[in-house]
Design a binder for this molecule. Structure first.
Ligand code: ZN
Length: 120
């Protein structure tokens, strides 16, 4: 399955990384996946992570840039990062869709997968 445009060393993802206090971050802006602290190759090796970000791209398409960002930030303020409805949806999509992004390799184990940041 086709993966979106990927931007490495993104200043936007770096800001998100600082905010989330996470060693590496992928974030979607419009139709692009922005990375910080992780290379394109490392990111693409985790099909669960790719499927998660592809779901955010679908959400952006559904709600539009502004509609997505407003709902995302509102959800964050109201529920905390982990329980933002878009994040809950993206975690479910990761489990459902990861097999589309394995590139012929076996699915990574729980220990090999990128963990979701646990912040509020
Ligand atoms: Zn997410």
């Amino acid at each position: 399955m086709q993966v979106a445009r990927i931007v490495e060393n993104s200043p936007f993802a770096r800001l998100a990384r600082l905010k989330l206090a996470a060693p590496n971050v992928a974030m979607v802006l419009g139709r692009s996946i922005h990375l910080s602290g992780v290379t394109r190759e490392q990111f693409l090796r985790d099909p669960f992570w790719v499927a998660h970000e592809m779901e955010h791209i679908r959400q952006f398409e559904q709600y539009g840039r502004l509609g997505f960002l407003v709902r995302y930030l509102w959800g964050w303020a109201r529920h905390g990062y982990y329980h933002i409805p878009f994040e809950v949806q993206a975690r479910a999509a990761a489990e459902r869709d990861a097999h589309h992004y394995t590139q012929g390799r076996p699915l990574p184990t729980a220990a090999e997968r990128h963990p979701s940041p646990k912040v509020r």
